[in-house]
Design a protein around this ligand. Structure first.
Ligand code: CP
Length: 316
């Protein structure tokens, strides 16, 4: 395991190991507070982020390491025309691991091909977001107790939503998964995801336009915002942005143990009144993201698990 560019770069066993390590970290945080002492994470964010960048940085700090980086392309030499490959080549002289977000699909892959330190894709355009997928898997594992035999509704912008593409790609690898894809016609899952993933995987799926018709069948409802930044014109965005607004009235038809997830940021697709419902897990989900990123970086950096192991190593 060297880079994480696509969720399927990890075997199911490796994913299981990362989730188990995240669980151990959550159970005993202080035991991991020094394991990355002397290690540096570079966060190269060419696109805006709150959760992903800050949870990566918090994760490395909580492991005892340090962070450096930039949060927008304008404050890096990309604004002067430097290539992703050259940026990565330089940053590997300063850091031990890179987390990169970029508006262009494939940019983190290009970076990974030019360096000898681990590169993590922190979201590339409308393509993939593998660490959000790990976050979602940890949330599902903790809150549903399993990663199989689940009916999952994805709702909203399924065309541009990279978190949806990534999670579908991963969940197809588990048995007994049923997808219900809820979106307007214009925002359906792209054909390549259907052909390369859904039609070849274990999971079955159907596409619908009305949330109310299917909400009662769902174990998980994964809401997404309509991605304004990926639209070609503002008119289409304005027409589609309020296609779905989850409120208490719609939730009346849902299971009592439904789990409501959202990668965030939310715009207005979930009414704030839903936040106090115990089925609303999206803020907890964001917290799981920090722990799973701690576990991922420990694995990619091949760090010894326990402080006492570090001490034992030091003693020889
Ligand atoms: N879920 C997620 O990627 O959020 P940010 O864009 O704030 O990082």
């Amino acid at each position: 395991m060297k880079h994480l560019i696509d969720p399927t770069d990890l075997t199911l066993q490796e994913i299981d190991d990362i989730l188990s390590l995240a669980e151990r970290i959550m159970a005993d945080r202080s035991a991991y507070s020094e394991v990355a002492r002397g290690k540096k994470l570079a966060t190269l964010f060419f696109e805006p982020s709150t959760r992903t960048r800050l949870s990566f940085e918090a994760a490395m700090l909580e492991l005892g390491g340090s962070v450096l980086g930039f949060s927008e392309a304008a404050s890096s030499s990309a604004s002067k025309g430097e290539s992703v490959a050259d940026t990565a080549r330089v940053v590997e002289k300063y850091a031990d691991i890179i987390a990169m977000r970029h508006p262009k699909e494939g940019a983190p892959l290009v970076a990974s091909m030019n360096v000898s330190i681990p590169v993590i894709n922190a979201g590339d355009g409308g393509h993939l977001h593998p660490t959000q997928t790990l976050t979602d898997l940890l949330t599902i594992q903790e809150e549903c107790g399993r990663l199989k035999d689940l009916t999952i509704g994805f709702c909203g912008d399924l065309k541009f939503g990279r978190t949806v593409h990534s999670l579908i790609k991963q969940l197809c690898r588990y048995p007994g998964i049923h997808f219900i894809l809820i979106s307007p016609l214009e925002l359906r899952v792209p054909d390549y995801i259907k052909e390369e993933v859904l039609d070849r995987g274990n999971a079955d799926y159907r596409e619908v336009e009305r949330m109310e018709d299917v909400i009662g069948k769902l174990d998980i409802l994964y809401m997404t915002r309509v991605q304004r930044e990926r639209f070609f014109n503002e008119e289409d965005y304005l027409r589609l942005k309020d296609s779905y607004i989850l409120d208490m009235q719609k939730l009346a038809g849902a299971k009592a143990d439904l789990k409501i997830l959202h990668p965030l940021p939310r715009v207005n697709e979930i009414s704030v009144e839903v936040d106090k419902d115990p089925r609303a897990l999206y803020f907890k989900q964001a917290e799981y993201g920090k722990f799973v990123r701690m576990a991922l970086m420990m694995k990619l950096l091949d760090l010894p698990e326990r402080q006492k192991e570090v001490a034992a190593d030091a003693e020889g």
